[in-house]
Structure formats: C-alpha cells, structure tokens
Design a binder for this molecule. Structure first.
Ligand SMILES: Cc1cc2nc3c(=O)[nH]c(=O)nc-3n(C[C@H](O)[C@H](O)[C@H](O)COP(=O)(O)OP(=O)(O)OC[C@H]3O[C@@H](n4cnc5c(N)ncnc54)[C@H](O)[C@@H]3O)c2cc1C
Length: 387
C-alpha cells in the first residue's frame, strides 16, 4: 500500500493549510471564547470544495476520495476542532450517507447543497438514554398523514441550532430491537421541531451543540432514507464507519497543532541558560509526541486508502485508527502542556485551547471503550468487525 500523498492531494493540503492559517487562526481564540459560530467560514469551506472529497462530481463533489478528505480534515483540526465538525455534519454523516443509501431523488435533492454548505446538516443519533447503546433510542416514526409522524428528542447534536436538515434515526417498529430502526432526512424548519442548547461545554465552543425535540413532526415518506424501513441500524453503523475516519483525522490534526506549538515554545523558552529544547527530557517528550502522531496518521491514511480502494466496511481498521489517534491526541495534549509549563495552562497560548479540543475525540463517534470492544471481540472471534 502506497501511503505517500499524490500531487493533487498535496496541492489541496497546501490550499487548506493556507486557508486555516489566514482565515481561521486569526479569529479562532476569540470565537471560542465568545462562543461564536462562523457560518460564513463553513460556507466558504464548502465553496472551496473542502466537504466534497468523497462525493462524486455529479452530486457536487470533487471525487478526490477518502484520503483527500482525511488530509483536509487534519489541516482544519490542526487549528480548530469546532470547524472540524463540519466534515461530519456536511459530508460523512449526511451527504456521504445519502450517497451510500439514498434514493436517486434524495441524492439529487440533498447532497449538493450539503457539500457546498448552502444548507447545514446534522446527525441525530444520541438521546438522553441512548449514547453508546444506539439500539436503545426512543424516538419513534409512526405512519400517518401519507408519511410519518416523528416524536421524541435527540441530545448532544452538533449544529442542532444552525442546521437546516438532519439525518434522524428513529424506530418505525419498536417491537424489533435494532432491526426496527429507520433513518429519515428531516427538515429542521418544519412545524413541531424545537431546538435548545446543551449545557456549557469544556471546549469546541465555536461549534453549537444542542437538543432537538420532535413534537409530532410530519415527515414525507419520500424522506425515508433509501425508501426502505428497518435499515436504520445498518445505516447508522455505516455512517459511524465514515465519521470515525474524520474523527481520527481530526485527532491527528490537533496532535500536529500541539506539536507545532510545543516545538516553537521549546526553542524560545530559556531556563538555566539555554533553550529548554536542549534538555533531553524535553526532547524525549517531544519525540514521543511526534512518533505517536505519525503512527496515528499512518493508521488513519491506511483506513482512508482502504475505503478509496472500495473496502467501505473496513470497521476493524477504522476503529483501530479512531481509537489510537483519539487516545494519542490526549497524550500529545498532555505532553504539550508539560513542555509549556505555566504557559500551557494559560489562555495566552493556543495549547490550552487545543488541549480541550483534544479531549473530545475520546468521546465522539464511538468512545475509546466501544472501539476497543469492537477490536477485541473481533480478535476473540465473538463478532466479526468487517462484514
Ligand atoms: C460535543 C459533542 C458533540 C456531539 N455531537 C453529536 C452529534 O452530532 N450527533 C449525535 O448523535 N451525537 C453526538 N454526540 C454524542 C456522542 O456521540 C456520545 O456522547 C457518545 O456516543 C457516547 O455516549 P454517552 O456520552 O452517552 O456515553 P455513554 O454511552 O453513557 O458512556 C459513558 C462511558 O461508559 C462507557 N461504556 C458505555 N458502554 C460500554 C460498554 N458496553 N463497554 C465498556 N464501556 C462502555 C463509555 O465508553 C464511556 O466511557 C456529541 C457529544 C459531544 C460531547
């Protein structure tokens, strides 16, 4: 497997890196502090094609593939976790999900506006009593008025307050655990939809997170994803298998951002008459951060390349990349904080913000434990991961 980036992806990486440096970096600290969601920036990212890599051209994408998607995601996350979120809200959990499972009419109607970020998307899986255990969700869609009547609520939904539409998972047949779940493309401006913000978060404050309540919302039968009931669990697992790649790439990105800051500081900070970078213990910390990040990057790229080669069900390799990268992000954040000492603990330097960005990766898109469970049960022969 050749893991080198080709010229096209390198050029895209340069473009995204410049965008992140010029357009995001100057405002990210203030946006995080004041909880400002920059819709214009997300829109610009859409117009520049950042969300379209794993989407064919006929639906508004660039067809550059999953590796390109991972590289773009990494560059944005290097500067801002909040703006990284768009790669799942606009692409993996919505546009790509519709591309993989939607009817032709659904693909024509919904994918292009998501990829261009003309319309913002969200993913509605989690509920107050359904976190890791997706099958225990309670939201229901009952047949009625020629379509479905949706009732229930979702929580911890990224972009809830700003999204125009969401892929919402609900039971159409609650008598069938897992197999009775279906997915719907839901207009979030429809009557009966209410949103509110979740409690204050530790980080990712420039990215809105909210609850969505569905009070007997009418959803057309045309908006049942793929037009078939009961495929929701398969669809949500497939969605997670793509959103986990973005999470892994985001974790690699934040690691790189932390390493950049640690190197800069270690070269500048003088103690006992020389730069702290001259001390072997600081070098050891930095070397560990760099090696672990590179290993995480290689696992992430391998997973993306497998998908590019058509192995879309590479669950084992995806959760390995997700688990490892997201755990490494916390270790790298810890290392960077040590290298910066008091200044790492201060909002004067970006490490404090990046540290908070890093922690979320262990929770999202399947916690570290859930990923380890999938890896181990596969190894033990209890449940095959790649089916
Ligand atoms: C900022 C933010 C944004 C989010 N955005 C979205 C979004 O856009 N859409 C969406 O649907 N959800 C979203 N989520 C929810 C997220 O996906 C869930 O938090 C995640 O699935 C974990 O669920 P939970 O937090 O309820 O933890 P729980 O499932 O309650 O788990 C708590 C702890 O128990 C462990 N645990 C649970 N089950 C097992 C087990 N079987 N074996 C071992 N350990 C276990 C977990 O690993 C974890 O450590 C978001 C969350 C956050 C914080």
């Amino acid at each position: 497997m050749n893991i080198e980036l080709n010229e096209e992806i390198r050029a895209l990486q340069d473009t995204v890196r410049r965008f992140a440096q010029n357009e995001i970096l100057p405002r990210v600290a203030e946006d995080e502090e004041k909880h400002l969601f920059q819709k214009d920036l997300v829109r610009k990212m859409g117009e520049l094609g950042f969300f379209g890599c794993p989407i064919p051209e006929e639906y508004g994408g660039s067809n550059l593939g999953f590796l390109a998607h991972a590289v773009v995601t990494e560059e944005i996350a290097r500067v801002s976790g909040s703006l990284r979120a768009g790669f799942n809200m606009q692409t993996m959990g919505t546009a790509r999900e519709i591309y993989q499972f939607g009817t032709e009419a659904q693909k024509r109607r919904y994918i292009a506006p998501l990829v261009s970020a003309e319309r913002l998307g969200c993913i509605g899986i989690t509920e107050p009593n359904a976190g890791s255990d997706v099958g225990s969700l309670k939201t229901k869609a009952v047949k009625g008025n020629g379509g479905y009547i949706l009732s229930g609520s979702k929580t911890w939904i990224t972009f809830a307050q700003v999204a125009d539409l969401g892929i919402v998972y609900a039971y159409t047949d609650p008598s069938k655990p897992y197999k009775g779940i279906s997915a719907f493309i839901v207009d979030l401006h429809a009557p009966g939809v209410r949103v509110s913000s979740t409690a204050a978060k530790m980080g990712w404050n420039a990215c809105p997170t909210g609850e969505i309540f569905f009070d007997d919302v009418e959803v057309s039968a045309d908006n049942l994803l793929g037009g078939v009931e009961g495929r929701g669990f398969e669809q949500v697992m497939s969605s997670l298998n793509n959103t986990r790649l973005s999470a892994a790439a985001g974790a690699v990105g934040v690691c790189q951002g932390l390493i950049d800051e640690a190197i800069k500081y270690a070269r500048e900070r003088v103690q006992f008459g020389q730069a702290i970078g001259q001390y072997q213990m600081v070098q050891e910390e930095l070397a560990r951060m760099i090696v672990e990040t590179e290993a995480a990057r290689l696992m992430t790229y391998r997973c993306a390349l497998q998908k590019d080669a058509g192995a879309l069900h590479n669950v084992r390799e995806t959760v390995m990349a997700k688990y490892y990268s997201c755990d490494v992000a916390s270790r790298v954040a810890d290392g960077a904080l040590r290298i910066l000492g008091a200044y790492g603990y201060s909002s004067e330097y970006p490490v404090e913000r990046l540290f908070r960005d890093a922690k979320l990766y262990q929770i999202l898109e399947g916690s570290a434990n859930i990923c380890k469970m999938i890896i181990a049960t596969d190894a033990l022969g209890y449940r095959k991961a790649n089916r």
